[in-house]
Design a protein around this ligand. Structure first.
Ligand code: AR6
Length: 186
């Protein structure tokens, strides 16, 4: 599914985010920035050790106590097609979705795009942040993700393409529903 808002395309697809050729891909990291499972594991293993090296430097200099939930930082993409990886930490929902979860997840998407813009990046791919190990409900998370991306596009006329690269058909169809709902509401 594809939609155009101002000068930006939003594209939804089923796929593996480590294969994307946007300038940056976003990692659903944890606050240690030291890697993990899911998307995080796949990005570090395919991108190679250069990513972890930069994450370690960020921990030593900028975030000695870890990256707070909702914030984002950028490193090289190492051996990935994408030149950069933007690391963000989504909320841990554990099956619920409170206003605080919504606010933090919104910040993860919005701040990732802010970091992209600061680096001069115009094309970005996102996974479905927080809906795996962190167990946020998919449909609510998709609505929140789309709201953040659409707000950013409207506030900052900069990014030309935002891709959502969803791992399964089921997650894809819930993101597509969420995008349709928001487009109908505007
Ligand atoms: N490409 C696209 N999507 C993927 C891929 C992939 N290669 N692999 C998994 N997904 P998760 P979270 C989907 O658990 O919930 C890690 O251990 C997956 O099916 O990766 O934010 C971190 O280190 C799901 O829909 O991220 C943290 O500790 C979505 O990506 C913690 O997990 C997110 O699942 C973060 O948990």
């Amino acid at each position: 599914m594809k939609a155009k808002i101002n000068n930006t395309y939003i594209l939804l697809k089923v796929g593996d985010i480590t294969e994307e050729d946007t300038e940056a891909i976003v990692n659903a990291a944890n606050s240690t920035l030291m890697g993990g499972g899911g998307v995080d594991g796949a990005i570090h293993s395919k991108g190679g050790p250069a990513i972890l090296e930069e994450c370690k430097k960020i921990r030593q200099t900028q975030y000695p106590d870890g990256l707070p939930t909702g914030e984002a930082v950028i490193t090289t993409g190492g051996k990935l097609k994408a030149k950069y990886v933007i690391h963000t930490v989504g909320p841990i929902c554990g099956g619920k979705f409170s206003e605080e979860h919504r606010r933090l997840l919104y910040n993860s998407y919005y701040n990732s795009l802010k970091v992209a813009k600061e680096k001069g990046i115009k094309t970005v791919s996102f996974p479905s942040i927080s809906t795996g190990a962190y167990r946020c409900p998919v449909y609510e998370s998709a609505l929140t993700a789309m709201r953040a991306v659409i707000d950013f596009i409207k506030n900052e006329n900069y990014i030309t393409q935002v891709r959502f690269v969803l791992f399964t058909e089921d997650v894809y169809s819930q993101y597509a529903e969420a995008l349709k709902e928001l487009l109908n509401g505007t």
